[in-house]
Design a protein around this ligand. Structure first.
Ligand SMILES: Cc1cc2nc3c(=O)[nH]c(=O)nc-3n(C[C@H](O)[C@H](O)[C@H](O)COP(=O)(O)OP(=O)(O)OC[C@H]3O[C@@H](n4cnc5c(N)ncnc54)[C@H](O)[C@@H]3O)c2cc1C
Length: 396
């Protein structure tokens, strides 16, 4: 099925060709013609001023899919019996969305001997916690985790599923979306609810961070999205909160899997891991040379923090990739973020702007970093940093 064309109305203006993402439209004798690449996305219908294009009646009159009853779910990622912080961040966001949708928030806890975490999830904002406890879920493997979340979703019918864009979430959540035949928006940075149709507006950077795209899943449920850790704010835990804990048995888990768990090898880091650091001193191209990162390291050590960097500094070979912060690096939310010689490109900001206190040092007063900085120091980083280090040492 393709888009409908009222040939007499077509003026051959070509606006529809420009917006079609699938190259499904061409002009023949100044009239638009559609080919099989048409997906009925409707972009051309919206742009046509002459009512020459319309959806086929079957699509146009399509009844909205009824909203499932089980509200918002968040995947409560845990490792070795400890909740991943992103689980509580998602609960905070889930609560905010639930108030607008007037639905409950459920956490889904998968693992083995993890029931004890349910209370923490209720305190963190869950109204109920589905607990699937099974030896096959003791260590993370994509197949059983995907089977469990899919089976739960089919049984209870959530409207929305949110998960962390962690190694775990990125590995198995796309499988769940495929098994449920629904959409998935990865790496979202903001959500809202469309009051007209109660759909989840899923916003994420696109085209290298140059635009923010808002994506909808209008024709299938659940609406699924992942969020990078430290982008959302957690709910303030209320330990007296009451909630329901629902243990669930899933026969789907009682089978051999194609992959088996062998061992976990922990990453060894000598300094404070960037993702967990409360203080980050980050440097950019303004540092001018690898050796100048020693200044950052000295300040970071004095403040008990870690050193971060922009992609420009990493690409220059001044510091290793594991220090890169931003869209293609790590996302951090430090209590104190000191940006030194960093211009404030959108791709960098997306990885650090939820830090509590941002101090920027830059000699260009017009640098975009000053727009999000709480404290801006206009000046030379090679004068300000040594003075700062000296002052901290003197105060001690
Ligand atoms: C797809 C894509 C993904 C990307 N992902 C990332 C990412 O994950 N992280 C990231 O950081 N970038 C990323 N980038 C790159 C990003 O667009 C910017 O190019 C980069 O962040 C710029 O780094 P910078 O601020 O260090 O350098 P610049 O933009 O060159 O800024 C250097 C700043 O230092 C200041 N300065 C110079 N000398 C001094 C001095 N002596 N004292 C004080 N200030 C001084 C200058 O005024 C300037 O503002 C990505 C780009 C693309 C296209």
């Amino acid at each position: 099925m393709t888009i409908r064309i009222a040939v007499d109305n077509c003026t051959g203006c070509g606006q529809c060709l420009a917006v079609c993402p699938f190259d499904a439209l061409t002009l023949e004798d100044d009239k638009v013609v559609v080919n099989d690449a048409c997906t009925l996305c409707g972009a051309c219908v919206e742009v046509c001023e002459f009512e020459a294009l319309s959806m086929p009646p079957e699509e146009a009159g399509q009844q909205p899919v009824p909203r499932p009853a089980d509200g918002i779910w968040i995947f409560a990622e845990q490792r070795r019996g400890r909740l991943a912080p992103v689980a509580l961040e998602l609960l905070g966001e889930g609560r905010r969305l639930a108030e607008q949708l007037r639905v409950a928030v459920a956490a889904v806890l998968l693992g083995h001997n993890v029931q004890g975490l349910a209370e923490e999830l209720i305190a963190g904002g869950a109204d109920k916690v589905y607990v699937v406890d099974h030896p096959n879920l003791a260590e993370f493997l994509e197949e059983p985790y995907a089977a469990a979340l899919t089976a739960l979703s089919r049984r209870y019918g959530p409207e929305i599923i949110l998960a962390g864009a962690t190694y775990v979430g990125r590995a198995f959540i796309p499988r769940v979306a495929a098994l449920l035949d629904t959409g998935l928006t990865a790496d979202c940075t903001a959500f809202a609810i469309d009051p007209a149709n109660h759909l989840l507006l899923q916003t994420r950077p696109a085209f290298g961070g140059n635009i923010m795209a808002t994506i909808l899943t209008p024709r299938s449920y659940p609406q699924m999205a992942t969020v990078r850790p430290r982008v959302m704010k957690p709910w303030v835990a209320e330990h007296e909160r009451q909630g329901e804990i629902i243990p669930v048995q899933l026969a789907e888990l009682d089978q051999p899997w194609r992959c088996r768990f062998v061992q976990t090898i922990s990453e060894i880091t000598e300094t404070v891991p960037l993702g967990e650091a409360e203080v980050i001193v980050a440097g950019g191209r303004g540092l001018q040379d690898a050796k100048n990162f020693r200044l950052l390291a000295e300040l970071a050590e004095l403040l008990g923090g870690a050193v971060g960097a922009t992609r420009a500094a990493v690409d220059a070979g001044w510091i290793s990739y594991q220090h890169q912060i931003g869209q293609t690096g790590k996302t951090v939310a430090a209590k104190l973020y000191i940006a030194c010689g960093i211009s404030g490109a959108a791709q960098h900001l997306v990885g650090m702007q939820s830090s509590d206190l941002i101090v920027a040092i830059n000699r260009d007063p017009q640098a975009p970093i000053f727009q999000i900085a709480d404290i801006g120091l206009v000046g030379d980083v090679f004068e300000i940093l040594p003075a700062l280090i000296q002052q901290i040492k003197a105060n001690r």
